[in-house]
Write a protein that binds this ligand. Structure first.
Ligand code: FAD
Length: 430
């Protein structure tokens, strides 16, 4: 999961190539990336009856695997969870040509097709799907810190985290919280340092994110907020107030950015590297045979505005919409609501929709009680709910999923929402 703002502001470090007409249904689709979005794209192509050629380029040398278990099962699952088992789609049987250990290193787009450069020669195709995911952020000067994004990162981290080891996690976001919880449960001495006033601030805002702060002490984790790291070394970190935190392992968990640097000026990119795509995942400003999906994509949604990637469900479900539009078999394109899940510090979280910084937040249930709670973000002064976060409330998860399945944002009764006696789904205004 990446800690990314909903709509990066400035466009393009390169001029947009002029949009060109689509050259018609492709006979050869090249997919750059071999993760979840790539696997789902190839599976969706075949499910839609596409019998043309599919070539997949993957930077990693191992078959596609699932990333969420890397943090949640960091210490109890030493092998990757292969996507062929997890989502039931095996690239090796679905694609004609799967080249692992072969990163795409450049893209040339013409009106009729594309050419992808690789270290072992070029691949020409009629259409390209960019699904190269994201890379963990490691700020300059933090080379002594580990990051967690790949199975190899997980192996290195696992080998260093024996009982009694001192771990300093920089960043109380989704991944920092998950790693802190599993490490502390295994007897690691964990300190989490967060520059903002509370955890999960960039995803939920500090007011709601701050409600998770007590979970850290309850799990045996020391949490330091409003704490700025000024120096990172292999043996610890130094904070702006001079405090030194000794460590055997330092983990930088300060977000991820779309892995699109290899595109250089071939396509218009946002300042964070993401690619703006329309409802059919066509890259805005490029011919329609250039598509992007998963963590690289900043998707236009009628319901939510611009939706960044960075979450598993978008990479799982986006490809089906992309393929339907690419092959011209789409009816009305599905506008999949953003959905993030997380298991952290003994709690189950599910976030539907996209909270806005100016939204009004209504709480349902008591965060200090034991029955779970739910937060609902309402558009300022309105009944439209922009997002719902459920914490340890499986019944609200089902209701929230349904509420965000309609064309428009759900309209809810703020007064009823507060009251746990009213099932969430019955708070909808007609
Ligand atoms: C530790 C961790 C825990 C997570 N937990 C959750 C969670 O609980 N809930 C949730 O919603 N999301 C979670 N996520 C996020 C989720 O896993 C991602 O959103 C999802 O994997 C995105 O899929 P993707 O296919 O876009 O990218 P990826 O899965 O990253 O796949 C992209 C692939 O492309 C490859 N690649 C990169 N550059 C190139 C290139 N130039 N050429 C060819 N290949 C290239 C990469 O090596 C990678 O294999 C987690 C992520 C991590 C790292």
């Amino acid at each position: 999961m990446t800690a990314r703002t909903p709509a990066p502001p400035v466009v393009a470090d390169a001029p947009a190539p002029p949009p060109a007409p689509s050259p018609g249904p492709p006979r050869h689709v090249a997919v750059a990336g071999a993760g979840l979005a790539a696997t789902q794209t190839v599976a969706a192509l075949r499910e839609a009856g596409f019998d043309g050629r599919v070539t997949v380029l993957g930077a990693e040398t191992v078959p596609p695997y699932d990333r969420p278990p890397l943090s949640k099962h960091l210490l109890d699952r030493p092998r990757p969870t292969w996507l062929a088992d997890e989502v039931g789609a095996d690239l090796r049987t679905l694609a004609d040509d799967v080249r692992l250990g072969t990163p795409a290193s450049g893209l040339v787009v013409t009106g009729a097709g594309v050419e992808l450069a690789t270290p072992h020669g070029a691949v020409a195709a009629d259409a390209v799907v960019l699904a190269t995911g994201a890379a963990a952020v490691r700020p300059a000067g933090w080379s002594a810190a580990l990051t967690l994004h790949t199975a190899d990162d997980a192996r290195v981290l696992r080998e260093r985290l024996g009982p009694g080891a001192r771990l300093v996690v920089i960043g109380a976001g989704w991944i920092g919280a998950e790693v802190a919880g599993v490490a502390a449960a295994a007897g690691v001495d964990v300190t989490v340092v967060e520059a903002a006033a509370g955890p999960l601030g960039s995803a939920l805002g500090t007011a709601v994110g701050g409600l998770t702060a007590p979970w850290y002490a309850a799990a045996g984790v020391r949490l330091l907020c409003d704490a700025q790291v000024v120096d990172v070394r292999a043996d610890g970190v130094t904070l702006a107030d001079g405090q030194v935190l000794p460590a055997d392992v330092v983990l930088a968990a300060v977000g991820a950015r779309p892995a699109t640097a290899w595109l250089a000026g071939a396509l218009p990119r946002e300042t964070d590297g993401s690619l703006r795509v329309d409802e059919g995942f066509a890259v805005v400003g490029a011919p329609r045979h250039v598509r992007a999906v998963g963590d690289v994509a900043l998707r236009r949604s009628a319901r939510h505005g611009w939706v960044p990637g960075g979450h598993w469900d978008g990479a799982l479900r986006g490809p089906e919409v992309l393929v339907a539009d690419l092959l011209g078999v789409a009816g009305v394109l599905a506008d999949v609501a953003p959905y993030v899940f997380s298991t952290q510090l003994g709690h189950e979280l599910a976030l539907f929709g996209q909270p806005g910084p100016d939204d009004d937040v209504v709480l349902r249930g008591d965060p200090s009680g034991g029955d779970g709670w739910t937060a609902v973000w309402f558009r300022p002064g309105a009944d439209d709910a922009a997002a719902i976060l459920t914490v340890d409330r499986p019944r609200d998860v089902g209701a929230a999923r349904r509420l965000f399945g309609a064309r428009d944002l759900p309209r809810l009764d703020r007064r009823l929402v507060r009251d746990l006696a009213h099932p969430l789904r019955e708070t909808a205004l007609t």
